[in-house]
Structures are given as C-alpha cells and as structure tokens.
Write a protein that binds this ligand. Structure first.
Ligand SMILES: Cc1cc2nc3c(=O)[nH]c(=O)nc-3n(C[C@H](O)[C@H](O)[C@H](O)COP(=O)(O)OP(=O)(O)OC[C@H]3O[C@@H](n4cnc5c(N)ncnc54)[C@H](O)[C@@H]3O)c2cc1C
Length: 448
C-alpha cells in the first residue's frame, strides 16, 4: 500500500482487534482475562456493539447468559465488561490496511478525523469486521431505479434507531431470519406487509421465526417466487413477481404486479474482508471469509479472524464462543505456542455442503467443524472421506485409498439456515489424519 510507506504517527499495543461488535468485544474481554494488558479495539462507528444496537427483538444470549436478551442488552453486557478494564477503545476510526511490518509485528493503518492517519503496531491482530448485505446490484433485478428499494439492515436501522418508516406498503424479498424479523417489525409499526417472497423452494429462516414473525401476523410466505421487475419513476410504485422453476428461472406467464412503495431486500450477507485482503489473507470462495485453521488463524502468522467476518453466523452466542477461542489462540501465538504450520489435513466441502470451517488443520487434538448445508435434508449423515489429490498439494502417498469413508455422524434434520457443529474427538481425528496422510479430505451430507 502506498499510504503505509509514508511516515505516520505510530501507536503500539500487544493485541489489536478491528471491530467493536460482539465478536471484537468478546475477543477483547477474553484476552484481558488471560492477562494481555495492552489491547486496542478499533471501531469505525461512534458506538460499540456492531449490528446489535439495531436488533431490538429478543433471542440473543440464550446459551451464553441462559436468558433471552435483546440485541442491545447482549451488546451492553460485553460493553460493561470491557469498560471495567483498561482496554483502549478507539471509536470513529477506520482501519484502512494491514501490513506485516516485521516477522513479529503487524501494522494497521487507521484514520480518524482528529488524528488523521495513524499506524497501530501490534504483536497479534484479531479481525472482527462483521459482514455486509447483498444489494439489488448483486442480484441484478431489472427495471427502473426508483427510491424505495432498501436492504433489510438499512430499514432495521431506519426504524429501530433513527425512528423513520421507509414506506407503508411493503414487499419483502428473501425469507432468511432478517427478512422474517423485519416483516413482523414493519407490521407492528402499522405497515401493510404484502408478503415475503423466496426464490428457493424452502425458507432459510428458522421455523420458530416463520411461526412467530409470519404465521402469527397473517403475513403470507411465497416459496419459489422472485421479483422480476421494479417499476416507478422517482419513487417505487410496484414490483412484478414471478414463480420460478426448479432451475430458479422465472416461469413466463406467472407474472403478477404488486403495488408497493417499499421493496425490502433480505438476500444474503457477505463477510466483510476488504481489510483482510490488503494483508494478502486468503479468502475462501465458499464462505467469503478468510481461510483459517483450527485456531482461527489465517494464512498470515499472528492474524486471526472470528464472528461474521469469518463466516455468517446465525447465533450471537456462537460468535462469542469463537471470539473467545480466537483470543486464546492469539495469546498462545504471542507466547510462541502456535508453531506448527504444516498442514495435516485440508477439508473441502463436498455434496450438499455449502461451507465448512476451518478449511485446514495443523495439529492433532479435538476438532470442531462448522458446516452449512446447501439444502434441507431429513435423516442426513455427515461423512468425511479421502479425496483425489489436487495439483500443487503434497504428493499422493502410495498407501492412500481414495474415497474411503473416514468418519460418519448421523444427523436428524439439516437445513441451510442453521449451522451444524460437528465435534470430532482427538482419537477419531487421529484416525482420520493417519488415513488421510497429507491427502485432501472431503465432507458431504447424504440421506441415510
Ligand atoms: C437483523 C439481524 C437479526 C439477528 N437476530 C439474531 C437473533 O435473534 N439471535 C442471535 O443470536 N443472533 C442474531 N443475529 C446475528 C448476530 O447479530 C451476529 O451474528 C453478530 O452481530 C455478529 O457479530 P460481529 O461482531 O461478527 O459483527 P458486527 O456486529 O457486524 O460487528 C462488526 C463491527 O466491525 C466494525 N468494522 C468493520 N470494518 C471495520 C473497519 N475497517 N475499521 C473499523 N471498524 C470496522 C463495524 O463497524 C462493526 O461495529 C442477527 C443479525 C442480524 C443482522
């Protein structure tokens, strides 16, 4: 980066954390507990908590606190914890780029309106930058470009923080949890919610959210439907909705016009990693987050990733657990305890699996894998097997049997809206690693 070569003010710390959302706050609290004394949290917003201050519904913290909290309450628990420490919180500050200043030093170039450009030099870094929403441009809906087309998170902020309604007659595209929660929220504010339209033949939202947010409020859910045209000059006046076939292509002759002044898009979240890319961190094409090992360490020594910047999580409790682990491993790294960088196994997503994290494992121990299914499956079985060797990876040993099943676990029901955690005990993982012997392994989900 050109900017980083210039002379800027320098600040030093042991552990830097970019992002003051639940992941960043949890990582900071755990790092402090472990005894790291000079920690800095860098947050671009004027407040801490990440996305949670605008999530005023309940459903947060049922596992970590054994209580059902709202988003702001969950965030406040960690803000209070962090404020009791001497952790430095640098708000209104944007992390622009990352650079490896020396073997054991990571440099983060930041900017804020008071100090301009400042280099923060740290021994270790946790990236907790959250995610961003997919927009109309990314799903290519044809038609005009009137006002009234918004992403779900933007409307959530408008209604819950700014106190404005986007409109009165609402159409929602996408039935993930955010779309469902916003359907109920807008109905409670007196809007006429025409329906939630979902491209897939199944909803990616939790069953409880379909019941509590749609059924209880008589909001219809239309599966295998999408918006095929946006109409209106200046302001949105209507959308054209079409049914889609099993290849997700709109079916001619099924179009119908729905009058509305607001189209709410809840069409997916993408981990925010523009900053990670400046450091040359490898990004997994499936998760859109950094490729990590079992320590949540990226391909760059001393840089860890957690929360929604690593992969999009459904539950904040899991974000907190993973952030604790990232902080523990950053502490271990700073004490010279993470040394092995020879890949034991590399895990690839196979049939019916959209994402699998971590992507590679370095050492023998208990292993936890986060797995996201591509489609809903009843009586599913999760399996790990040896996979054909890839070019450029270790030479295939002679004793490898291809496509041999190394691990299998029965699961009752899996669906894309809920991540599955697969725990593999150390002894079972040793058997997998011995059998794979430096070979790639693949995981799949199939019906029993
Ligand atoms: C609408 C909605 C409803 C949800 N409902 C539930 C629920 O009912 N129950 C539940 O358990 N979970 C729920 N979740 C999920 C939960 O909120 C997330 O998993 C959690 O907020 C992720 O935390 P995070 O810290 O990774 O990301 P975020 O909360 O997004 O925080 C990331 C932070 O990083 C900062 N940042 C990013 N880039 C930079 C940079 N370059 N420099 C400085 N700062 C930066 C951002 O400003 C932000 O503050 C919901 C999420 C949404 C969006």
């Amino acid at each position: 980066m050109i900017l980083i070569d210039k002379e800027h003010t320098n600040k030093e710390c042991s552990l830097a954390i970019v992002g003051g959302g639940p992941a960043g706050l949890s990582a900071a609290a755990r790092a402090w507990e472990l005894g790291i004394k000079d920690i800095m949290i860098i947050e671009r917003e004027p407040y801490l908590g990440g996305i949670l201050p605008q999530c005023i519904h309940s459903g947060f913290g049922t596992r970590i606190f054994n209580e059902e909290l709202t988003g702001p309450e969950y965030a406040q628990r960690f803000i209070d914890l962090v404020k009791k420490t001497k952790i430095k919180i640098i708000k209104n500050t944007f992390a622009l780029s990352i650079d490896k200043a020396s073997k054991r030093k990571i440099r983060i170039l930041t900017t804020n309106k008071y100090e301009g450009l400042v280099n923060i030099n740290a021994k270790s870094l946790v990236l907790a930058t959250g995610c961003r929403e997919r927009t109309r441009g990314q799903i290519l809906i044809p038609g005009n470009r009137p006002a009234g087309v918004f992403t779900a998170g933007f409307i959530q902020r408008l209604v819950n923080i700014e106190g404005y309604l986007p409109g009165k007659k609402i159409v929602i595209l996408g039935s993930g949890d955010i779309g469902l929660i916003m359907a109920r929220r807008l109905k409670l504010e007196g809007c006429d919610v025409q329906g939630v339209f979902e491209l897939m033949p199944f909803s990616t939202g939790l069953k409880r959210n379909i019941v509590q947010c749609l059924d209880d409020y008589d909001i219809p859910l239309y599966l295998s439907h999408t918006v095929t045209k946006i109409e209106g000059r200046g302001s949105l006046s209507s959308v054209i909705i079409s049914r889609v076939d099993n290849k997700l292509k709109p079916i001619k002759g099924t179009e119908r016009k729905i009058k509305c002044d607001t189209l709410l898009l809840s069409v997916g979240l993408i981990p925010e990693n523009e900053l990670a890319k400046t450091a040359g961190i490898l990004i997994d094409a499936n998760t859109q987050g950094p490729e990590v090992d079992e320590n949540f360490q990226t391909n760059i020594d001393g840089i860890f990733s957690c929360g929604n910047s690593l992969f999009v999580n459904d539950l904040v409790d899991n974000v907190t657990d993973d952030a604790f682990l990232a902080a523990e491993k950053a502490f271990a790294y700073m004490n010279g305890k993470i040394i092995s960088r020879n890949i034991l196994v590399r895990i690839l997503p196979g049939e019916n699996i959209a994402q699998i994290i971590p992507q590679k494992i370095y050492s023998l121990g208990n292993v936890s894998l986060w797995v996201r299914a591509k489609i809903p499956l009843k009586n599913a079985v999760f399996e790990i097997f040896t996979e054909n060797i890839r070019d450029g990876f270790d030479k295939k040993p002679d004793n490898i049997i291809e496509n041999k099943i190394l691990f299998s676990k029965k699961l009752r029901f899996v669906f894309p809206g809920e991540l599955i955690k697969i725990n593999i005990a150390k002894d079972d993982f040793k058997d997998i690693a011995d059998a794979a012997n430096g070979f790639d392994i693949k995981a799949l989900l199939r019906i029993k």
